[in-house]
Design a protein around this ligand. Structure first.
Ligand code: MF3
Ligand code: CO
Ligand code: CO
Length: 287
């Protein structure tokens, strides 16, 4: 199995300067064969799998782009669900959230103090709201997962700032993605940036490996210490999706068993991309 086009005699992706065959080649082959015998552990994707995940991720991106044009004050979160559901099916894909562990809808819509996993319903989106929409497509068996914030009409300075800083948190996390860095390096820069601005990082939900399944190993916490956790390798595919609260980091789940809200009622914002580790850095598959 070829790992991301690196040849035996090429310089290893890890930065050691050694030839690949003398360095991580054996290791990579082991992670390849391990995932074939069991479904546990981090899956290093083949180039063919990456291509499938890229296509699915691009459909996810195009759905979010369409929502940018349609989401305005006066629509309901159920309207968003209908659009996402229909557009996904029209493009030969399936909405991953629908019936996932009993989730009842095709998309997550998380308003204001909702951290994540909000269920579309007849709630009308209104001027001043901040809304996260989280879309995941399954196309030809491959998953692409991404979410964005939508600012409705005139939003308060506080809400706008939270949305901006949380986007910066994701972008800074993404910049840490390269071979030899660790999962902890990603969480560390996100936490530093959020806390520097007086915000808190949600601990109860993480980013995750993605691609062949909705949620795979590793977990990608949005807090942590440098040089800790699993090392990043070419063709690892995972999400970075920091949830940043204006107040306390703690969450509470509503009666519907899904909707996660801030315990203090403070605003929460989130951004998500699906990424691939390349030989030298990252590729944002959902961009
Ligand atoms: N898309 C979410 C994530 O980023 C997961 C949603 S699970 C669902 O991991 F069941 F609520 F859809
Ligand atoms: Co995700
Ligand atoms: Co998501």
């Amino acid at each position: 199995m070829k790992n991301s086009s690196i040849g035996r005699n090429d310089t290893c992706w890890c930065g050691s300067g050694k030839k690949y065959k003398k360095c991580h080649m054996k290791d990579d082959k082991q992670s390849q064969s391990k995932r074939r015998s069991s479904r546990s552990g981090i899956i290093i994707k083949t180039d063919e799998e990456v291509e499938g995940i890229r296509k699915s991720s691009q459909l996810t991106k195009s759905i979010l782009d369409i929502l940018e044009e349609r989401i305005t004050a006066g629509i309901t979160t159920e309207d968003i669900n209908t659009w996402v559901h229909q557009y996904t099916l029209e493009h030969g894909a399936y909405p991953a959230p629908l019936n996932y562990r009993g989730f009842p809808k095709s998309v997550c819509t998380s308003l204001n103090n909702v951290i994540c996993h909000g269920i579309p319903d007849h709630t009308v989106v209104k001027d001043g709201d901040i809304l996260n929409v989280d879309v995941t497509c399954i196309l030809d068996g491959y998953y692409g997962d991404s979410n964005r914030m939508f600012l409705i009409g005139e939003v308060s300075d506080d809400a706008r700032r939270l949305c901006e800083i949380s986007k910066e948190c994701m972008d800074l996390g993404i910049k840490q993605v390269k071979p030899f860095n660790t999962i902890g390096d990603i969480g560390h820069v996100i936490q530093q940036h959020a806390e520097k601005h007086g915000y808190s990082v949600v601990r109860d939900f993480c980013g995750h490996g993605v691609g062949l399944e909705f949620h795979e190993d590793p977990q990608v916490p949005h807090y942590g210490s440098p040089k800790t956790g699993p090392m990043l390798r070419p063709n690892m595919v995972f999400t970075i999706e920091p949830m940043i609260n204006a107040g306390l980091p703690d969450s509470r789940i509503l009666e519907d068993k899904w909707t996660a809200v801030t315990i203090d009622g403070s605003l929460s914002a989130q951004w998500e991309h699906t990424l691939r580790v390349t030989q030298t850095g990252f590729e944002i598959l959902t961009a």
